[in-house]
Design a protein around this ligand. Structure first.
Ligand code: SF4
Length: 400
């Protein structure tokens, strides 16, 4: 059995490298054109080249996202653009528009084409249509497919197409790629990456007589978290576990990749049990201040299971530092937030489980060449002394 791929989002170069450092097997990212998430810092050609080189050196793959739905007038530049992208040797393309897929397949018949979730594919016959029409090698299913039907799809597509499934992150209240709410309310086209997240605004909900039912109603959905379903999904034949979030923070990417990659490692070592799943769920909850759900996994969810209400959960953990190197007497860290020697920390990393209750014995400001009792500049080097054993690349969070 091939090992399942952990596929992470990359909104910029730093996040791309972070995802790979935290053991994502593949990343997906957009160039400056033809990619959704118009407000993510999409990649220049030079950056794509750099990230592909970094990924391939670390045995990870890079899928380029060209998944907008083209309006007339958007098609003419695609052929020269795809030629530039192909020269960079990506591992595949994620596409939604038939024109884009057809151009790629006709000109580069051996390149992998993944049908984006923007096509909302919920059955194997639709997936096979894309396989036969434009040579698609993978389908990213709609997030609305339940587990029973997902398993039927992977069975029907075996040896023809891979199936990629969203395991973590946000989802639309409508089918992805079919929502006009943002276009209508803010003139920002969700289908070319400009979504204003209108479904997440605070709305007034009234009954048919105009009587106010709720002053603060949102259609926003809870995020998905499927870490407890990993075994089931692997055994059903899913090829790739996708994480949503090209707009999310560095800390989010590191936390999600770290927990899912550890959970997958546990699965293949036969030690993914209820206790460890709980540990991963607890840590994943620290990545975002939003409730999570299983969404459509068990069939049609209830409103309570699915809709995110006006719950404002403050973040309890702050991203404090990254360990850059080991030095004599401590660790050289890059600061990410304000903290003092009186704070308590926890640290996660790819080589160990979460280490809690860490105290910093002393702090040294590398630039100012002096001992200090607080970090008050982000992105500066400090040397910390602690009794905890840390690794390069570990991430520290403030807990108290
Ligand atoms: S408005 Fe909401 S449902 Fe519509 S595309 Fe944007 S996030 Fe998705």
């Amino acid at each position: 059995m091939n090992k399942v791929e952990l596929l992470a989002p990359a909104g910029n170069l730093e996040k791309a490298k972070m995802a790979i450092d935290f053991n994502a097997n593949a990343i997906y990212l957009g160039g400056k054109k033809y990619s959704l998430r118009a407000r993510a810092n999409n990649f220049s050609l030079d950056e794509i080249k750099e990230v592909i080189s970094y990924a391939h050196k670390n045995k990870a793959k890079v899928y380029l996202v060209t998944n907008i739905l083209c309006h007339n007038g958007m098609t003419k530049d695609f052929k020269p653009y795809i030629k530039q992208l192909m020269a960079l040797k990506p591992d595949g393309f994620i596409c939604a528009d038939p024109y884009i897929m057809n151009v790629i397949h006709t000109n580069y018949p051996n390149v992998d084409i993944h049908v984006s979730t923007q096509q909302s594919i919920c059955n194997s016959k639709s997936a096979l249509w894309w396989h036969k029409s434009v040579g698609a090698t993978r389908v990213v299913t709609a997030r609305e497919v339940d587990f029973i039907n997902l398993a039927k799809m992977t069975k029907a597509l075996k040896n023809k197409m891979e199936v990629e499934y969203f395991v973590h992150g946000a989802l639309c209240v409508g089918y992805s790629g079919h929502c006009m709410m943002s276009n209508n309310l803010s003139l920002r086209d969700a289908n070319v990456g400009g979504c204003a997240h209108s479904c997440r605004w605070n709305w007034e909900l009234k009954d048919k007589n105009g009587k106010l039912i709720s002053k603060k109603f949102t259609m926003s959905t809870k995020d998905i978290c499927h870490v407890c379903h990993l075994s089931k999904l692997i055994e059903a034949g899913i090829a790739s576990f996708k994480v949503e979030g090209r707009m999310k923070s560095l800390h989010y990417i590191a936390t999600i990749c770290n927990n899912y990659s550890h959970a997958l490692k546990d699965y293949y070592a036969n030690r993914l049990n209820a206790k460890r799943i709980k540990m991963y769920e607890n840590d994943l909850a620290k990545a975002a201040n939003r409730d999570t759900s299983f969404a459509w996994f068990n069939g049609q969810p209830t409103q309570k299971q699915m809709l995110y209400r006006d719950v404002q959960k403050p973040l309890t953990q702050n991203f404090a530092f990254i360990v850059d190197k080991k030095v004599k007497g401590g660790y050289d860290i890059i600061s990410k937030n304000f903290f003092t020697c009186n704070n308590t920390f926890e640290v996660f990393g790819k080589n160990h489980d979460l280490i809690s209750n860490i105290k910093i014995i002393s702090l040294y400001d590398v630039k100012e060449k002096m001992a200090v009792d607080r970090v008050n500049k982000p992105m500066y080097h400090y040397i910390i002394k602690t009794k905890a054993k840390l690794d390069i690349g570990d991430i520290g969070r403030i807990t108290k």
